[in-house]
Design a protein around this ligand. Sequence first.
Ligand code: HEC
Length: 140
Amino acid sequence: MDKSQPWRRVLFLALFVSFFFYSANIYTSGTALNGETAVSENVLHGQKLFRENNCWACHQIYGLGGYMGPDLTNVVANPELGPEYARMFIEEGTDRMPNFGFNQQDVDDLIAYLKHVGEAGNYNPKKGEITWYGTVKYER
Ligand code: HEC
């Protein structure tokens, strides 16, 4: 370093110190998401149950999944169906859908999860139109 220009030394030191604090801040600030994207414990537990019990093998969300049962995206949000309607299927099963033997908390959490999914948007597969080349043209 050029001894005739002491300000360079000061500048270097200032940058070095700022870099040190900046790095310390980056490495200790963690990776948590902000509150807006956080979902409740019940919704997360419902999602876990939905995955672990392979609901997706027979049902779809936004049209993706198995096709033995109906799409569940808006089953809880739909005023003609709703949480009590969904509860009936989840608690009792049918001759085609198994009764999983869930306890009350599990059923509540599955419904909380389906409600959360429904709040993300609307998907009504019956409104889809199959085009002549085989894709689904979906109008909201
Ligand atoms: C073996 C296939 C199968 C699995 C696995 C399954 N279901 Fe179903 N489910 C069905 C069928 C089929 C229906 C439609 C009713 C009928 O025909 O018996 C249905 C209906 C429903 C309904 C009512 C939907 C509507 O719009 O009428 C809900 C809610 C539901 N299931 C939730 C679930 C959840 C939650 C799981 C996972 C814990 C699950 N199902 C797992 C086959 C399945």
